[in-house]
Design a protein around this ligand. Sequence first.
Ligand SMILES: [Zn+2]
Length: 333
Amino acid sequence: MVSYKELGLVNTREMFAKAVDGGYAIPAFNFNNMEQLQAIIQAAAETKSPVILQVSKGARNYANATLLRYMAEGAVAYAKELGWEHPQICLHLDHGDSFETCKSCVDTGFSSVMIDASSLPYEENIALTKKVVEYAHKFDVTVEAELGVLAGVEDEVSAAESHYTKPEEVIDFATRTGCDSLAISIGTSHGAYKFTPEQCTRDPKTGRLIPPPLAFDVLHEIEKKLPGFPIVLHGSSSVPQEYVDMCNKYGGNLPNAVGIPEEQLREAAKSAVCKINIDSDSRLAMTGAIRKYMAENPSHFDPRQYLKPAREEMKKMYIHKIVNVLGSDGKAE
Ligand SMILES: [Zn+2]
C-alpha cells in the first residue's frame, strides 16, 4: 500500500471547491510518456495552475502501471525543481472500468479515481460506484462517477450514440453513491472526430465544419439540482485546425476532424464545471510537430531531435488552455 500523500500528490476535493467558487476549471491532461508529462508539468509550473494528470487503462497497459506511478512521483519533485513551491498535482485514473482497477490505483498512490459504470443500468451504476467510493474514501482518495453516455472512442471506451445526463437523476445518484464529482453528458464526445459532417454546419467562408452547440440547458438544470457540486466534462478537446492542417500538410490523413469550440468550454468553465478533460489536442500537437520535423529533416534519426519540438508544441497548447480557456492560471501559487 502506497499513499499518494507520501508521493506529494493531492486529491481533488480542495481544488474543485476553489474552482467552483472561483468560476474556473482544472485541466485534466492525459499522459502516456515522458515528453507529455514534461510538457504538462512545465506548463502547470510556469502558470502556477493546479493540474490533474490522467492515466487511462490504455496508458497503464502501454507504459506499465508501476512505471507511471514512479513518473508521477518524479513529476512532483520536477515541479519543485522548476520553482513551483507548492505544486498541486493530482494523479487520477481515467475511466476505471471495475472495482479491482480502481482499488489497485488507490493502493498504488493515485489520489483520485474515476469509476465509469455509465454503460450499466442505473441501479448497477449506483451499486458499483458506491462500492468504489466506500473503499477510496478510507484512504482519502476522491472518486469521479459518470451518468449519461458520451459518443466517440477513447482507448477502450466507445459508444455509437450519446445520451444526455437526465437532470432528474443527479440528486439521487450523488446522494446514494457519495461520489465527489460527476461526469455528465451534454454533447461533448471522445476522440478527434466528435461529430459527423451531417451533424455540423459549414462556415461559408472557410468551408470548415461548425459542430452543434453543447446542451447548456441540461448543464444549468443539473447545477440547479446540485448547487456547488463539481461537474466534469470529458471529451473536451477543441481539435485545433492548425494541428489538423499540420498533420495533413505533412503526409497525414485526418479529414473532417472536429472538436468542441473553445468559447463554449470557456463558458462551461465559469459554471459548476470544474474539470475539463483534454487528450486528443495533445496527440494532435505532438503528431503534427513530429510529422513536420520529419518531413523537413529527412536525414535526422535521433528521437530527441523530433520529440523536442513535439514537446514544445504540446507545452504551448497546454499553456493556452490553462490561461485562455480554463482560467486556472495563478490558482496554485
Ligand atoms: Zn473520457
